[in-house]
Design a binder for this molecule. Structure first.
Ligand code: MG
Length: 496
């Protein structure tokens, strides 16, 4: 290993940082390559890479070389700041589309991820988060990935973003290969020691990326993770659409990172909403002598669910709420089914309603009303729920299911009420008594403190109740939409 030179640099932010020379791959005998926290702008030399919290511009002068190992320093605080909140932002697959060969080394491969520019611009304008780019660039500087194929597109990306008011406080790039196992490579935190000395509010910071390694980095830092998953069900309106086996969503789950650990989002719009207005999750446990219930719910999810109530048909119905409501929902119930189904269904509704109420929080910015009705009703303008992708487009549509037609309207106005206009002639559908359908929605309305108006017509009992659950899911999806440009309480009373 080449001898490390240390030097303090005074930057525009009065930040002193330890830097070290970057050993080339050749110097290391083709083995591990050191990482550097800073990209050079074209013209600053192709060899060593400097280390600084701000990316240099051409003409700003050269910097002492850095890399190999990254020094740490205290993060400077702006006037009035107590602790800094940071967005650690991945590059490939998050800012720029990642090509199949995972190497953006030509302008033909240069494409922004949809929505990223406006999203970062909004966050720059409306939040105080520091922006830190963190990227693995496997073998950068080797013959397989020459420097002169990397910097032109990287610099163009920075120029375009800066033109939109988006600048980065720090850019950290690791050049090693996975087999090098360097601590600087994500999900390692070796490049981020400056952010781990207590000067940052990591618990309220985010890692934004597209891979399980980004979520793992967040876990290693103690941050929250937002993983872009554009192939998730929420982004794919077709019922037949599902994540491909190699999709980030599937990877995140199969990699042991559940939705509880990382917030999976279908788009940058949803990521911005969560960062700006906060996640909307709830965990409810409800234990009595009759039932033991655990529910986790994420209103800003992608429709993932794990339901186990002991009643197959009931599970199927609750899955509709997750799938068509774009809600991540885990429900596990151990009920006294040896008595009958009543307590299990009733208590699940109460716990689910409580989870909805908790996750909604103060309800600022939400649409509040939701409905799924026939096509003669006026559609809600798409602008009211830009962050939800296809949600609004699917809200003002007829919800038929073969012979049946169902409508659900709701109001998260803080008061319970149920209007029920649906008749069932069979005693049961699956293991679920049809008399419990009304009771489920009454209990749900009570606990969530929402008005619920339900109507259904048709011949097939299975179709009718499934249509009701789907319509309820769509209505919830509409009602919980948040408009981060109007974070007002949707009530003239001042409280909901
Ligand atoms: Mg990535």
């Amino acid at each position: 290993m080449k001898e490390i030179e240390e030097k303090n640099i005074e930057t525009e932010n009065n930040l002193s940082q330890v830097t070290a020379p970057l050993p080339t791959r050749e110097e290391q005998g083709g083995g591990s390559v050191g990482s550097s926290p800073l990209p050079l702008w074209e013209g600053q030399g192709s060899g060593p890479v400097g280390s600084s919290p701000l990316p240099l511009r051409e003409g700003q002068g050269s910097r002492p070389v850095g890399g190999g190992s990254v020094g740490s320093s205290s993060l400077p605080l702006r006037e009035g700041e107590v602790r800094v909140r940071v967005l650690f932002i991945d590059r490939d697959g998050t800012i720029l589309r990642e090509p199949a060969d995972e190497q953006i080394d030509s302008f033909e491969k240069f494409h922004f991820v949809p929505g990223v520019i406006s999203a970062l611009r909004f966050l720059r304008q409306h939040t105080d988060y520091r922006f830190v780019m963190v990227s693995n660039q496997d073998g950068l500087g080797t013959p397989a990935y020459p420097e002169d194929t990397f910097w032109p597109t990287h610099n163009l990306m920075l120029e375009i973003l800066e033109g939109e008011g988006v600048t980065f406080d720090d850019i950290l790039i690791d050049r090693s290969f996975p087999e090098d196992n360097l601590p600087t490579r994500k999900p390692g935190t070796g490049m981020l020691t400056a952010y781990m000395d207590g000067s940052c509010d990591l618990a309220h910071s985010f890692v934004i990326g597209d891979r399980p390694s980004d979520a793992q980095l967040a876990a290693n830092l103690g941050c929250q993770a937002i993983v872009l998953s554009p192939s998730s069900p929420a982004a794919s309106p077709s019922p037949a659409a599902s994540p491909s086996p190699s999709s980030p969503l599937t990877c995140a789950v199969s990699g042991g990172l559940s939705a509880g650990a990382a917030i999976l989002v279908p788009s940058w719009d949803k990521a911005v909403e969560i960062i700006y207005a906060g996640p909307r999750r709830a965990t409810v446990t409800r234990t009595t002598r009759e039932t033991d219930i655990a529910i986790t719910l994420n209103l800003d999810g992608t429709g993932q669910s794990h339901i186990a109530t002991g009643l197959g048909f009931f599970d199927h119905m609750l899955e509709q709420i997750a799938k068509h409501g774009s809600i991540d929902l885990d429900i596990h119930v151990n009920g006294d089914l040896h008595v009958d189904e009543h307590h299990t269904i009733e208590d699940t509704a109460l716990a689910l309603g409580e989870a909805l109420l908790q996750a909604l929080g103060d309800k600022r910015g939400i649409e509040r009303y939701g409905f799924s009705t026939d096509s003669t009703s006026p559609a809600v303008p798409p602008s009211v729920c830009a962050g939800s992708g296809t949600a609004v487009a699917s809200a003002a549509y007829t919800l038929p299911m073969d012979d049946s037609l169902c409508s659900v309207a709701l109001d998260f106005g803080g008061r319970p009420w149920l209007v029920w206009d649906a008749k069932f002639h069979r005693e049961r559908v699956g293991e679920m008594p049809t008399e419990m359908f009304l009771h489920f929605f009454k209990s749900l309305s009570d606990a969530a403190r929402m008005n619920l108006n339900i109507k259904a017509e048709g011949q097939n009992e299975h179709h009718k109740i499934e249509g009701i659950f789907k319509a309820l899911a769509r209505a919830i999806r509409m009602a919980v939409c948040r408009d981060i440009h109007h974070m007002q309480l949707p009530s003239s009373k001042g409280v909901l």
